[in-house]
Design a protein around this ligand. Structure first.
Ligand code: SAM
Length: 293
């Protein structure tokens, strides 16, 4: 029986064999701890009927643990140098498909249609490249993919921002964007020693459970997103000031004041104190005064 990929010795052996040098610019920090990997797979509740989408297989450490538990794994890797490595390391598993692509440009709906016709549920599970954590998560959420959830290793600080509650220092546009689509929890804290090379930031595993319906009802999703982003453009400014300066040319102060009044929101409050429900009410009352063309 072959040793797991994610042991320090086997990882070293594979890297040496291929003369692989890490590219910092691609966020390459590989996991070398099988316990952490199993905890990630457990946190995602992957079963033999689950289809898994992975981002960035690296040399296959997490992919292998997913392949052992899932029905099928489809994994997007941007670095061409890793393709021959993965060919070898994942050869024992016939339920893995590697797609050579930048996940930000990939058609994930299409990949799901092609690969996951016969699964009960779909999860995204990944040890994400940290330089693109937010764009990847936002793409996965905004595309309304037919997934049950997302379990990812990310920077601890980003996990805290995503899971933050209103009124805390971490709460911001990213918390609202993620919590609109999903329930967010930080499920595991991980020391830098479980990676090679070790990242300079602390890491944590975040679980997002996709809601059946978004957390609040809005008639124009993209306007709602514009509204709460504008409210956080300058964290020290009041919500009124942020809206006047950052929402759009049509949105003028008197009508913004009316909209805030109608939504029952004090114009002197700051964005970080508003709940999702309040942002939704605000977005609706602004939309009434500034209809989209
Ligand atoms: N899953 C492996 C592990 O846990 O050991 C590697 C994780 S490493 C943090 C991130 C991986 O994502 C690297 O293999 C890197 O080449 C890949 N990657 C970076 N940017 C990517 C992108 N835009 N699309 C797809 N893969 C990417």
């Amino acid at each position: 029986m072959m040793k797991d990929i994610a042991t320090p010795a086997r990882t070293k052996e594979i890297l040496n064999k291929y003369g692989f040098s890490f590219k910092k610019s691609l966020g390459q920090n590989f996991l070398i701890d099988t316990n952490v990997l199993r905890n990630i797979v457990d946190a995602a509740s992957v079963s033999e009927k689950t289809g898994v989408i992975e981002v960035g297989p690296g040399i296959g450490a997490l992919t292998e643990q997913l392949a052992k538990r899932a029905k099928k794994v489809v994994s997007f890797e941007i670095d061409q140098r890793l393709l021959p490595v993965l060919d070898e390391t994942l050869a024992p598993y016939d339920n893995v498909t590697i797609i050579h692509s930048d996940v930000l440009k990939a058609n994930i709906h299409e990949a799901i249609k092609e690969n996951f016709q016969d699964v009960d549920d779909i999860m995204v599970v990944a040890n994400l490249p940290y330089y693109v954590t937010t764009p990847i998560l936002m793409k996965l959420l905004e595309e309304h993919l037919p997934i049950r959830g997302i379990v990812v290793m990310i920077q601890a600080e980003v996990a805290d921002r995503i899971a933050a509650k209103p009124g805390t220092k971490d709460y911001g546009a990213l918390s609202i964007a993620a919590q609109y689509f999903a329930e967010a929890e930080r499920v595991l804290t991980v020391p830098a020693t479980v990676f090679v090379p070790q990242p300079r930031v602390d890491s944590a595993v975040l679980r997002l459970t996709i809601r059946k319906e978004p957390a609040v009802n809005v008639s124009d999703e993209s306007y709602f997103f514009q509204v709460f982003h504008a409210c956080f453009a300058n964290r020290r400014k009041t919500i009124l000031n942020n809206l006047v300066h950052n929402l759009g040319p049509k949105e003028r102060k008197p009508e913004i004041e009316e909209a805030l009044d109608e939504a029952g929101i004090d114009p002197k409050r700051r964005g970080e104190t508003l709940s999702l429900e309040e942002f939704a009410a605000l977005s609706e009352s602004l939309l009434k005064r500034f209809p989209r063309s």
